[in-house]
Design a protein around this ligand. Sequence first.
Ligand code: F55
Length: 806
Amino acid sequence: MALDKEVFKEELKQRLRENYAMELEDASKQEIFYALGALVKARYSDAWRDTWKYYVDKHKKQVYYFSIEFLPGRMLKSNLLNLGLLDTAREALTDLGIELDSLAEVEKDMALGNGGLGRLASCFMDSIASCGLPGNGNGIRYDYGLFKQRFVDGYQVELPDEWLQSGNIWEIRRESKAVDVRVGGRVYLAETIEGKLKPVYENERILRAVPYDTGMVGYENNVVNTLRLWSVEIPDSEEDKYQSIQGRRELEDLTAVLYPDDSNEHGRLIRLTQEYFFVSAGIQSIIRHYKKRVQKPISNLSEYISIHINDTHPALCVPEMMRILVDEEDLSWEQAWDITGKVMSYTNHTIMAEALEKWSIDLMRRTLPRMYQIIEEIDARYVQTMRELHPHDLVERTRIIRNGQVHMAHLSIIGSHSTNGVAKLHSDLLKSVVLHDFYIIYPDRFNNKTNGIAQRRWSQIVNEPMSNVLDETIGKTWRKDSGDLKLLMNYQSDQAVLEKLAEAKKINKQVLADYILETTEIEVSADAIFDVQIKRLHAYKRQLLNLLHIIKLYQDIKENPDLDMQKRVFIFGAKAAPSYHYAKVIIKCINEAANLINNDSDIKDRIKIVFLPNYNVSLAEKIIPAADVSEQISLASKEASGTSNMKLMLNGAITLATLDGANVEIRDAVGDDNIYIFGLTEKEVYEYYENQEYSAHQLYDENPIIRRVLNAFIDGTIPNIVYEGREIFDSLIKYNDEYFLLRDFDSYVKAQEEIDKAYGDQIFWQKMSLINIANGGRFSSDETVRRYAEDIWKIEPKDSFVTEKG
Ligand code: F55
């Protein structure tokens, strides 16, 4: 039911009176935000219940997306938009003298994830609901999200993110749905009276998993799905066992913090327990629901349920499902294995060897004894079956338990029916290199699902000026179906439209410039090129290559003060894992180079460096609409997909990229003339690995520009980085530049020079920008999840949605 502006105002006032015993005039921003949140939640609670009931009544097959990270960011505006209330709310609040955007800033950014993987999970949640698909998220409700980042003397400092401090308006604690999870102790098999072998647990610890549910509101379709996040508690029955404060602490710590490392498992015990905790709680609650509501024989499970393993962190889904089917539901191993394989599917997000998750047998056995027994059995049966079909070596290389370790990717592939990569190139590399052995064994299991983004959030919510121009130009259908952005292609030579888009960009740049001034005291001009690199800090993502180019420009200007070039602001946003020393060194160097360049009067404001602290979803929402250039400069083959590349193109930024991850598909979408490609191809990178002919030292010796840039790190040109500068220098020269920065340097500089020239011709530039927006629709996560739904999960959208779409 549509909500009238006047009713909206009354309801808001009413809620303030009820919840806070206050009149609007006396309420703080925070109180108004919570009253508004409660109002919004009440608007979808009926649809939430009805969606749930519909899935049950119609026996709909549902997917459960298991992910140890979700990164929704703020939800107020997105919920308002999806409920069709955004304009009403904005107008009603304006009448009351309140600005929606500033009210929205009160909401804590929900940051239960590190980066791309967690954000992808949240984009999927939005799209699954918006496409009317029966799907739910399953994860962990961390008390503390990803650390907050500050810079002190140019160094990253981490602070706790107490996001729950003033409560979370969107969640519902459902104590009645709590389940018990057993960890530790000893398990042995004993014969029952019927002569079956059953596990007997000794000295195990029982954890209580309490779910907190959040409604995932679909876009104008009355569908509200569920994101279920689990929190640990001590069960009453166990109170006696936790007499010591330390014992209690240890247990309560289980869901306290998100591990802040986005590439390396450190083999920490608590992490493995976290993984089992949310997997076991999730699967138990699925099976309970199935038995109570679906009421079909357990042998039909795979007709009603699909479980997705987002990266290997939830890989224990495989043995946990086996445990429940065999130990608790009394199925034979063979029958349980058949069902498990049909239910499970797995997405791989990386080819970086160090990111492939492994656990020592010893730790696994101690922490999760029953899981280990089951994995051992899966492994033994795998070897036995495959031995007859494949060479010994191949079977040995692909088995789950190898060299004292449990390989979680192997477990995920062997225990599921589908393994997918996240961009075409990445999926090809999985088949030809990283998981080639498995591709030989299971060729039919491999497929590609190129990532996508929640386009409504990343266009209409974050970029109103551009959205208004789009409405005026091509009508409003693009808001529901982003494929319609293509209509914009008809206006690529329409000067008036190009100018309007340029004006919208200028408005966004001024907003960001104001934010930059406010947070960093750096003054930047909205006339400059806003050149943006926003992503986790990683050697392979090559923020350092960006810095090397900036140093070169600096040196060029110092040498030739009349150098003809466009003004540029280089904007960085990046957190480094707290234990990732080299990444932190790069942060320090960027910050010190910023100090040097921003304060050098010879440079004036021709180049500026802005490293915005605490990059997160909300900050991305400020930066992306204001970007002119999108830096996607990872070493080819290393970035599985990337998703900021998609968000930036959708907002009219021009991509400067290597042929890596989804950049390849962005190039296909916009054409060679509307993107700047540079650097080694993935094939050339692999050739270097084979022939071992790369010599960074030689490039340093032979290329005077490279030499001068690198020397700036060790000769005092960049101040305050004695040790850090030396480390950077050594990583490139002494340790031969693992990610080929120096090899790609010249072609990167050349591409940057072309961008400089292109920006000088504003009509030319705006045309490229328009073509990028027009083709951004291709990377909608609506499309991505539809492909998962059809090819992998075999789930169907809610009927009303089908009819609505025709
Ligand atoms: C988090 C924890 C661990 Cl232990 C390992 C990895 C991560 C993580 O955050 N990975 C991640 O974000 N990977 C990224 O996934 C994106 C979505 O598929 C890709 O676009 C991106 O290329 C990839 O690096």
